[in-house]
Design a protein around this ligand. Structure first.
Ligand SMILES: Nc1ncnc2c1ncn2[C@@H]1O[C@H](COP(=O)(O)OP(=O)(O)OP(=O)(O)O)[C@@H](O)[C@H]1O
Ligand SMILES: [Mg+2]
Length: 268
């Protein structure tokens, strides 16, 4: 039986004023899976994954449901235990890069922090790993980037730093929220191939949020479709693309005219 890395069961979230933002979201990720979440802007993709990683803004309220991460029930853990569990086991690539990186701290210190804390308190090893990972995400001058402050880097560079940073602790699960949106096509492809390689050869699970159905179709084994705060459809990617059941999914798929020859388009 494959290990269940993440499970949400009927999680509902409201805005603190009684407006439901997420309604009964259920989602499961097993070890080794590459999973996609799609849906229009505002449909609840980010809040859903943030609830699983205990990263919701304070004023939002989880009104019901069960959240399990790496076999642990989140509600039963102290904040410290939650941070430790998530910090060591999950790599998170956030949607909003600029807010995520601390503006006043050099990239290298931000990158090695979790490694020193969770893996091994060896700064030299940590810096070597950071440099190697930056190269893996297509950064040609890792030294310069490591010594830079975030604002000295472009948005695309910052996003690559985030991706590399998420890999520092060799997580079992990478949660990536629109990780390639700020990147040009070549780097986008590089990043997707890196995720794919981690998934295929090291069995790392990937939870991947995207607007890009072509990428989801190419890489994700299963997918979830969100619409107005609900997961309206889920299943094997191939099955959903050939036989979408929910009317929103049907509409979404009909908006991609070149679907049939998609693998040749961006990644061919
Ligand atoms: N901090 C917040 N406070 C109040 N409402 C919020 C907050 N964050 C998100 N929402 C609302 O919750 C809903 C879901 O937002 P969410 O960010 O999860 O959507 P999304 O699917 O990730 O969209 P996008 O594709 O644009 O990133 C939206 O209606 C949004 O306005
Ligand atoms: Mg989002």
């Amino acid at each position: 039986m494959m290990e269940k890395l993440l499970q949400l069961e009927k999680v509902s979230i409201d805005d603190g004023l009684g407006r439901a933002l997420i309604k009964n979201a259920s989602l499961t990720i097993f070890q080794g899976e590459f999973i996609g979440i799609v849906g229009e802007s505002g449909s609840g993709k980010t809040l859903t994954v943030k609830s699983a990683l205990d990263l919701l803004p304070d004023h939002l309220v989880i009104t019901s449901g069960v959240r399990q991460l790496l076999g642990k029930e989140l509600n039963g853990l102290s904040s410290k235990d939650k941070r430790r569990l998530i910090g060591a086991g999950i790599g998170f690539v956030p949607q909003n890069t600029v807010v995520f990186l601390h503006p006043m701290i050099k990239i290298k210190y931000q990158m090695i922090d979790a490694y020193l804390y969770h893996i091994d308190n060896d700064k030299k090893q940590a810096l070597k790993k950071a440099s190697d990972l930056l190269e893996k995400v297509g950064i040609k001058e890792p030294k310069r980037v490591l010594n830079a402050y975030p604002k000295q880097l472009s948005g695309g560079m910052q996003q690559r730093v985030n991706i590399a940073m998420a890999l520092m602790t060799d997580p079992k699960l990478i949660v990536a929220d629109e990780p390639t949106t700020a990147l040009d096509t070549v780097v986008q492809r590089q990043v997707m191939e890196l995720f794919n390689q981690l998934n295929q050869s090291e069995g790392v699970s990937i939870l991947f949020i995207s607007h890009d159905l072509k990428i989801v179709k190419q890489f994700c084994q299963r997918m979830y479709v969100m619409y107005q705060g609900e997961i309206v459809e889920s299943g094997e990617t191939h099955e959903i693309f050939t036989n979408p059941k929910h009317s929103y999914t049907q509409k979404l798929l009909s908006l991609i005219p070149t679907l049939t020859n998609l693998s040749m388009d961006k990644f061919g």
